[in-house]
Ligand binder design. Sequence first.
Ligand SMILES: C[S@@+](CC[C@H](N)C(=O)[O-])C[C@H]1O[C@@H](n2cnc3c(N)ncnc32)[C@H](O)[C@@H]1O
Length: 451
Amino acid sequence: MIEKNEYYSVEFTDMTHDGMGVCKVEGFPIFVENALKGEKADIKIVKVNKSFGFGRLIEITSESPFRKRPICDHFSECGGCNLMHMNYQMQLDFKRYRTRQTLKRLGKIETEVNETVGMTNPYYYRNKTIIPFGEENGKMVSGLYRKRSHEIVDMKKCFIAPKTATDIVKFMKNVFVELNIPAYNEEIGSGVIRYLQIRNSYKFDDTSIVIVTKTPKLPKKDIIIKKIINKFDNVVSIVHNYNPKDGNRVLGKKSKVIYGEDFIRDEINDVHFKISHRSFYQVNPEQTESLYAKALEYAELNENDIVIDAYCGIGTIGLSAANQVKTVLGVDVVKKAISDANQNAENNNIKNTKFVVGKAENVIKSWKNFKISTLFIDPPRKGVHKEFLETLVSMQIPKVVYISCNVSTLARDLNYLKSQGYEVLETTPFDMFPQTSHIETVTKLRLTKQG
Ligand SMILES: C[S@@+](CC[C@H](N)C(=O)[O-])C[C@H]1O[C@@H](n2cnc3c(N)ncnc32)[C@H](O)[C@@H]1O
């Protein structure tokens, strides 16, 4: 019987989905942070549950050749980059392995899982950075959350956000301190500043800043704007968002553009996009170009295709496909994303698309009488709504391409589609989130048995 505070010498034989090393002590699985498969180490048991426990690394006695010294000083405390202790090839192999295992275990899917498509430089890739503000010992702090907590690690540097985002955060913190505008203190419910959201364009130099406050007013607004635009000439949009509600949601319902316009410009695979502060936009633009190219390849498009882009955001996939097909129909639940999508079609002189606001599971029913040949699905982490899946099966859509940011829900949905006559032909993981355990995949499906 294993007990807390005991010490063991172990060998790690597997890894959890979030990158912890897995070893067995007397046949009992123990998860240990910062340990790699293949390593031997001395550990201390820190928690024992009914069927598994947690340990702390005391000393590595045999180190993996794939271990890398994390380049970030915040690695041990920050909850952001949990794979930074693996070299990059190991991160890519880990993601391929996890995809294959999850599809097999949860979805009973045995399909070809290709090598993970990685980046040449897997740092500074995020085009959107959300930074919480808080107080520690009476001082303002801004950064990322400490692992499994709501405490903020005061950020000196970040290796996955672009350097300009880190510069803006540091600058804004000094401005708030100088103007005596306090951060929101969650515990006592007082203060003003909750978050900064910073978005950068990949192809242009545009940057937008959203200042989220607990209070309906942003104090000394005009001075803040002046200071920002004097310092950063690439800032094209500043938005004040009021979020009085407790909880993890970053943006509140009410926003006001206080400088410039509500968008930044960007370009993916030669299509121009305007992205407003609320619209979903893939966070790694360089990888997005390859991800969409693979999605279009899997769709094997032709000029007679009538295509649905479900969960379309600002229409990025549908607009990338538009010049190869007859018609694109897109749907997203966010009103502003759809107005961006229609505007983006107009700006690119694309005339064969129609994007509508609504829940995908409802809107798809109104397209039942179109002869849909191809469906792109790119749902949020919770996966595709069951009603949507049932409708797509009843419509007998022959070509389906499923883009997913959560392999567990992908496995569940593919299992259902397989049971309804779809063959899962292959999956390619894309490393959209280097240094972290998040996995993005594109999967090719074809209807092989008619219902
Ligand atoms: C992972 S994003 C994909 C966006 C887009 N395809 C892209 O690549 O940028 C998921 C999108 O699903 C939308 N969404 C969430 N639930 C939805 C629902 N029930 N019906 C339609 N859209 C939904 C979100 O607003 C978000 O834009």
